[in-house]
Design a binder for this molecule. Structure first.
Ligand SMILES: [Zn+2]
Length: 428
């Protein structure tokens, strides 16, 4: 069995310690550990976190391998410090059967960069009409626990109620893309001052907030749990805060881009800023940061949405919605949450590993950095400063809103069950 000694790391940003990995497991955590027979990684005071877990990734395989595959997406994930990602169901074919989810799950295991936990569709073909085979997907080798029509909203209240009732039986969760479809027909960006000035179709905050309000009430009525994808407005935060105070079993996520960017960027008409839900206002950004800090929002999830060049390099109205995010997420969180004093590194470990693993029931991930636990770890150099160059990405797509922007921090090492997937900032 191979041994690795990570020497002198600030575990979760706390005390400097050594961590000895033996095979797939953390053997010992302490000071002055023996390096005998071990490969030594000198951490020099870098931050050691549990491997990150992304509850919201689009891997595009099967069907759109020109934008991402399970291999390229999991390589991007490892580069970003992730050891597990949940793959959204809006592939071609849609992941609405046991066969498709098993295929995606197996590809992740074969490639070995990052575990892939498939998300099953709530409805057949994401059409919102008929429940998909949720039980069969759960009972399959992929063991699906998270269900979502993401990209589309489960807008029919009866279908949503049935889905919540169904997954309750086996402890699953429905992850809702909250977007009232009639209120967002033809919408191109956030509805507000900027959309009025640019003459672009607006996407009102109420389209998101009305669905969240409905769904927390449905979850309460059914006694099930519900997860809200990518919160983007201050009003959504207020509703989730109210629901939690009432004891409703709701969890919520925010993307890195909604923690940093605003709709002012749309003035450039650069489609790299076109995303669903849209970039909102400064007031929303600040409310989302505060909510992530106080736990109203449970987790950061990337909504990594790769698109090929031709789908983004076109006029605003025709461009696809979405941004890649796996390789920049931790840096954006460091800038917006750690360097602003809103979260410490233990808080980052919670929002990007412990909590997402708990919500998605990811076995072996989001575990404490202590002896006997699986060695899923990521080592981060917070002092690093670098300019984002998409040419460096492991992702097959380049649609990042951060090109040319300086961001702090860099993942130097990632370990998946004791095996290095990233060494000195490069894929192993
Ligand atoms: Zn979505």
């Amino acid at each position: 069995m191979s041994k690795i000694l990570i020497r002198g790391a600030k575990v979760l940003g706390g005390d400097v310690q050594d961590v000895l990995i033996n095979g797939e497991t953390i053997a010992e955590v302490g000071t002055g550990l023996s390096a005998e027979g071990a490969t030594v990684v000198e951490a020099d005071g870098q931050i050691l976190l549990p491997g990150l877990v992304d509850l919201h990734t689009h891997l595009r395989e099967p069907g759109r391998e020109d934008s991402e595959t399970v291999l390229t997406g999991t390589r991007a994930a490892a580069s970003g410090g992730y050891t597990a990602v949940f793959a959204m169901a809006n592939t071609h074919p849609v992941a609405d059967t046991a066969g498709v989810v098993e295929q995606v799950y197996r590809l992740g295991r074969e490639h070995g960069y990052c575990d892939v936990q498939p998300i099953g569709a709530v409805t057949v073909g994401l059409e919102g009409k008929k429940l998909a085979e949720l039980g069969a997907m759960h009972d399959s080798a992929a063991g699906v626990t998270v269900f979502s029509d993401d990209g589309k909203c489960v807008d029919d209240a009866v279908i949503m109620r049935r889905a919540l009732e169904y997954v309750k039986a086996f402890g699953g969760v429905v992850a809702q893309h909250a977007q009232e479809p009639r209120l967002t027909e033809g919408a191109q960006m956030n509805e507000g001052v900027v959309s009025a000035e640019l003459g672009l179709g607006g996407w009102p905050a109420v389209a998101e907030e009305s669905i969240i309000a409905r769904d927390v009430l449905l979850a309460e009525h059914v006694g099930s749990r519900v997860h809200i994808c990518h919160l983007s407005t201050a009003g959504s935060v207020e509703i989730v805060r109210w629901a939690k105070s009432r004891g409703i079993d709701v969890t919520a996520e925010v993307t890195p881009h909604h923690l940093l960017l605003t709709d002012e960027l749309v003035r450039s008409y650069d489609p790299v800023y076109k995303v669903n839900p849209p970039l909102r206002t400064e007031k929303d950004v600040l409310a989302l940061r505060e909510a992530l800090a106080d736990g109203t929002i449970d987790i950061v999830a990337t909504d990594h949405a790769p698109h090929p060049h031709e789908d983004k390099d076109c006029e605003w109205a025709a461009a696809a919605m979405g941004m890649v995010g796996l390789e920049t997420a931790l840096s954006v969180v460091q800038q917006t949450m750690v360097e602003t004093g809103l979260l410490d590194w233990a808080g980052v470990a919670d929002r990007m590993s412990f909590a997402p693993a708990r919500i998605g029931r990811a076995k072996g991930h989001g575990r404490p950095v202590s002896a006997g636990e699986p060695a899923n770890l990521t080592l981060v150099d917070p002092a690093y400063r670098g300019v984002v160059d998409p040419a460096d990405f492991a992702s097959r797509s380049r649609n990042t809103p951060y090109e040319g922007r300086e961001l702090p921090g860099r993942v130097t090492h990632t370990f998946l069950r004791g095996r290095a997937t990233v060494v000195d900032g490069k894929l192993a």
